[in-house]
Design a protein around this ligand. Structure first.
Ligand code: NDP
Length: 493
């Protein structure tokens, strides 16, 4: 949790977007937004008061009937225009995202492309939402109709800021919902840039509202607001539990995309070179700040020693550097809080297992929240570094004997977001796919994510699915309509 400080004149203050108006907020309630590679403040955003949260929800509520009544074709066209604008502004969006979150610019460019693709996908899907004719055993026409849920409160984390915003906004808008989005306190800038463009793209005032501030105050006020119909949350399991409790009070619809401790499982018959690459990519992409990070690297004993050596050797090539440098493969962590958290887990790991590489803060960087890519090996599955989500570039390598052993270790976690299996034996790979208790399983790859395919977890990784047709379903109610075709009294009495 960052500390609110008084606003200075030197740094750009970015207003919120409420009811089609820029809202600067109160000058003594501000959130500093940092560049984590320099630790300097690059912008300031308002820490929304409960009154401002209320205004955003009221704007979304007021805009709902008209937006829900637009044709799906009109909503689709709005989403296509947003996508086009994102593509046109991709360079500045990627640069802003990279500076603000610390992610390498090359990765930020992929993210922004995915943002546009997400709006395009749901622009197309808006006109494919259909109801159903139910085969009831009577002389009647029974229909199920799809209708938007209403006002959606959307709360997102800092690791993929604009992409998470797109995953939330695009399906909601396509469904006919109106939205109040709260980005993470650390990374609100690209969502606020998007807000600036919305009126020019034909998004009516109040349909999208972007509020900034701290989770415990602004976020909590939003989820507790009685005029919110649905909460879509991506973040930690700890906050997910708070949100679920709050939602229970008013029986609000909730979807939770939470954390993970995903196993990346390597059998001895896997393509060795591809496996080493896959192990590193699985856990070190985006500095390891990935909900589906393959942070438990399970390796069959027959190749274990060679695997740890090869992984360690290749990890030496990971280039740490300024996020905006194109050669950088790993930037700083997003914040001091996250930096301290990861350093803490590195210290714990040194007591629980053996260090193959890394294990501390990065040397040679004058400023910034840089940590070393770290590989621990001989990690017992009971170790904290094997059980708790670190959300940083820390791999825990765990040996296993056979398929049964791999399944037992892989599933022995409260989480169930993702897993990957590497093997040339398709029968074995498919048996593993069936046995793994999680929402996403990759075979001979880890991390590719497509808007066309469902995303979400089992167990404490949450519930509900984002992306694809599953994503829009979460913003739709189903209404049953019964039309009696008998032109006669019921005849009961
Ligand atoms: P947090 O759970 O700390 O925060 C997520 C969002 O919730 C932030 O916007 C935060 O606000 C807000 N928030 C915090 N407390 C409350 C509250 N009491 N009421 C309402 N909102 C609140 O997660 P992080 O931002 O640290 O993100 C990392 C986590 O997100 C990891 O656990 C990761 O696995 C998960 N994640 C899951 C994904 C998935 O698809 N399953 C994808 C990406 C991340 P603020 O930051 O402003 O305080």
């Amino acid at each position: 949790m960052a500390v609110a400080r008084s606003v200075g004149k030197s740094v750009g203050a970015r207003p919120m977007w409420i009811g089609g108006k820029r809202v600067v907020g109160s000058k003594d309630r501000v959130v500093d937004v940092l560049d984590p590679s320099t630790e300097e403040v690059i912008a300031r955003v308002p820490d929304a008061t409960p009154k401002e949260v209320g205004a955003a929800v009221a704007a979304a509520r007021a805009a709902f009937p008209a937006w829900a009544a637009t044709t799906p074709q009109e909503r689709g066209r709005v989403l296509f225009r947003i996508a086009e604008k994102v593509r046109a502004e991709a360079a500045i969006l990627a640069e802003t995202e990279s500076r603000n979150s610390g992610k390498p610019i090359v990765e930020a460019e992929f993210d922004i492309n995915d943002v546009a693709t997400c709006f395009e996908y749901y622009g197309g899907l808006a006109t494919k939402v259909t109801g159903h004719v139910n085969p009831v055993p009577d002389n009647a026409l029974s229909l199920s109709l799809k209708e938007p849920v209403g006002v959606a409160a959307q709360i997102i984390p800092w690791n993929y800021p604009l992409l998470m915003a797109a995953w939330k906004l695009a399906p909601a808008l396509a469904a006919g919902c109106t939205c109040v989005l709260k980005p993470a306190e650390q990374t609100p800038l690209t969502a606020l840039m998007l807000a600036d463009w919305l009126p020019g793209l034909g998004v009516p005032d109040g349909v999208v509202n972007i509020i900034t501030g701290f989770g415990e105050t602004t976020g909590a006020a939003l989820v507790n607001h009685p005029e919110v119909d649905k909460i879509a949350f991506t973040g930690s399991a700890a906050v997910g539990k708070i949100i679920l409790r709050a939602a229970a009070e008013q029986i609000k619809r909730v979807t939770l995309e939470l954390g993970g401790k995903s196993p990346n499982i390597f059998f001895a018959d896997a393509d060795f070179e591809a496996a080493i690459d896959g192990a590193l990519f699985g856990v070190f992409i985006n500095q390891g700040e990935v909900c589906s990070a393959g942070s438990r690297v399970l390796v069959q004993r027959k190749i274990y020693k060679h695997f740890v050596e090869a992984m360690t050797e290749k990890a030496k090539r990971i280039k740490l550097g300024p996020p905006l440098a194109r050669a950088t493969k790993m930037g700083p962590l997003v914040s001091k809080e996250q930096y301290d958290r990861v350093l803490g887990y590195q210290a714990i790991g040194k007591k629980e297992a053996k260090v193959a590489i890394g294990g501390g803060k990065a040397t040679g960087m004058k400023k910034g929240y840089y940590v070393e890519p770290t590989i621990f090996y001989d990690v017992p599955n009971s170790a904290r570094i094997a059980r708790e989500e670190i959300f940083g570039p820390v791999a825990s390598v765990i040996p296993f004997d056979d398929e049964k052993d791999a399944i037992a270790i892989a599933n022995d976690t409260p989480y169930g977001l993702a897993a990957a299996v590497w093997s040339r034996d398709i029968y074995k790979a498919l048996r593993m796919v069936k046995a793994l208790r999680c929402g996403i399983v990759w075979v001979n790859h880890m991390q590719p994510t497509y808007v066309e395919a469902p995303w979400g977890g089992y167990k404490q990784s949450g519930f509900g699915r984002e992306l694809g047709p599953w994503g829009i379903e979460e913003y739709l109610e189903t209404k049953q309509v019964h039309i009696n075709l008998n032109e006669a009294p019921i005849g009961w009495y």
